[in-house]
Design a protein around this ligand. Structure first.
Ligand SMILES: [Ca+2]
Ligand SMILES: [Ca+2]
Ligand SMILES: [Ca+2]
Length: 451
């Protein structure tokens, strides 16, 4: 039997020991289980063979999300899925769901006696309501420091090696191996990927992963109206527990009554290569009267407007037009100098309400091409291609306020972002890679070189 070597009889120590701690109250917006895996066997264990289950009872929420905030293994190498427990998955009265934690092939090995060190995880309701942990099997408020917990189970290639499943099963020869999880491939190098699984604009995982929701002053659009309040993470394109970034803009036609949203990288991240976002554009307001000059934007920009190597690449969708032009309209603009207004623009009379795959490709020392759903829209020569690293930004904002009245809201969504530095990748290959990440439960990848 392939797995037989992974259970041990009672006279031997367990193959793995899982320690747990938390610091959250029973009712919380963000459950924070921290887990540590220790190899207590006599041999080296491949982390990609290991899965853990953290059991909980979903309250009345439509879905739960999860993310990783800290681990020396790298959150890019931790896979997370929130799954409904079937009776065959050992469901119990305090465990109708579980968070399944896995590791990619790049997570490495645990030599005998070694520990993974703390893996900081977060579990939350996608509807941003508070969750009740009292009925969650693996939650234990008393464990504020790392304590071995048999309420979290561990498997090696599908064989239970630690803990007690909700149906009472413990490791041993009578415990049948579950179907081993297919180990996730190691993510390639030079990649940034985000599936946008976050609890809200204040989720600490955002800063860890290099994102920030904007607040405060500055252009473009209506002065003083940038607010984190418009940023949320509702269900994504495919639902099923997946989430998307949502940027809401709202206005009653007055400056005071206007809210604009922007979400961006905190540091310059992208230069040449392939940048792709799966974006939902709105052609109509979610609530209220139509007619606003809304801009739904996806762009990259130099951190310093006065830089001699200034670089900016913009997608700007204006369903109702703007700047005196009729909509719907998609502008693609590459900037060489913001101070001198030196830029080239392609303006496209496209109606884009719905989901689209937006791509910007810059070959090394070459041209920049903008394409939507695999259709090339605009290419600029190398003199307008980026010359320095830029942040990545999404925003919804009002070009002007054409009428006063009852408040109306506009929502743009981004299901995921993918960036491959330095080289062109076809849309088909990007979609394959993203589908692989989604299937594995890889919610975030950053294998870009540190800068
Ligand atoms: Ca619960
Ligand atoms: Ca997503
Ligand atoms: Ca996801």
């Amino acid at each position: 039997m392939l797995y037989s070597k992974w259970w041990s009889d009672t006279s031997e120590p367990p193959v793995l020991t899982v320690r747990y701690r938390t610091s959250t109250p029973a009712t919380t917006a963000l459950a924070k289980p921290w887990l540590e895996v220790i190899n207590t066997s006599r041999q080296t264990v491949d982390l990609s063979d290991v899965t853990l289950r953290y059991y909980y009872t979903a309250d009345d929420a439509p879905a739960y999300g999860s993310n990783c905030v800290q681990t020396s293994i790298g959150c890019s190498n931790v896979t997370l899925r929130t799954l409904k427990a079937a009776p065959s998955d050992a469901a119990g009265p305090d465990a109708d769901h579980y968070l399944q934690i896995g590791f990619t092939a790049a997570a490495g090995t645990l030599a005998r006696g070694r520990s993974s060190e703390g893996i900081g995880l977060q579990l939350y309701r996608v509807d941003h309501e508070k969750l009740n942990q009292v009925n969650d099997r693996s939650f234990k408020s008393a464990d504020v420091t790392y304590t071995p917990s048999k309420l979290v189970t561990a498997y090696v290639r599908g064989a239970l090696v630690w803990g007690q499943e909700p149906n009472g099963r413990t490791p041993g020869p009578s415990s049948p191996a579950r179907t081993p999880r297919q180990a996730a491939d190691a993510p390639g190098s030079g990649i940034l990927f985000d599936d946008f699984d976050y609890a809200g604009p204040e989720d600490p995982a955002l800063a860890v992963n290099g994102w920030e929701a904007r607040s405060g002053e500055g252009g473009p659009g209506v002065k003083g109206s940038w607010s984190k309040d418009g940023v949320s993470f509702p269900a994504g394109e495919k639902g099923d527990g997946d989430q998307a970034l949502q940027l809401r803009a709202a206005t009653d036609g007055t400056t005071r009554g206007t809210l604009q949203s922007e979400f961006h990288r905190t540091r310059p991240t992208v230069l040449t290569g392939t940048l792709v976002a799966r974006v939902y554009f709105s052609d109509k307001p979610t609530n209220g009267s139509d007619g606003d000059h809304i801009s739904e934007s996806f762009f990259t920009i130099s951190p310093d407007h006065a830089s001699s190597r200034y670089s900016e690449l913009d997608y700007e969708y204006m369903p109702n037009g703007g700047w005196g032009r009729l909509g719907p309209r998609l502008d693609t603009t590459s900037w060489r100098s913001s101070e001198r207004g030196d830029r080239v623009t392609g303006s496209h009379g496209l109606k884009l309400g719905g989901w689209h795959t937006m791509v910007i490709t810059t070959a090394q020392d070459g041209a920049t091409t903008y394409s939507v759903d695999g259709q090339r829209l605009f290419t600029n020569s190398s003199s307008y291609s980026p010359r320095e690293h830029m942040s990545v930004n999404f925003s919804t904002w009002f070009i002007d306020l054409p009428f006063k009245g009852v408040s109306r809201t506009w929502d743009m969504r981004v299901d995921w972002l993918y960036y491959q530095s330095g080289r062109a990748v076809s849309v088909d290959n990007v979609q394959k890679t993203v589908a692989g990440f989604t299937a594995a439960g890889t919610n975030f990848v950053n294998t870009l070189p540190k800068r």
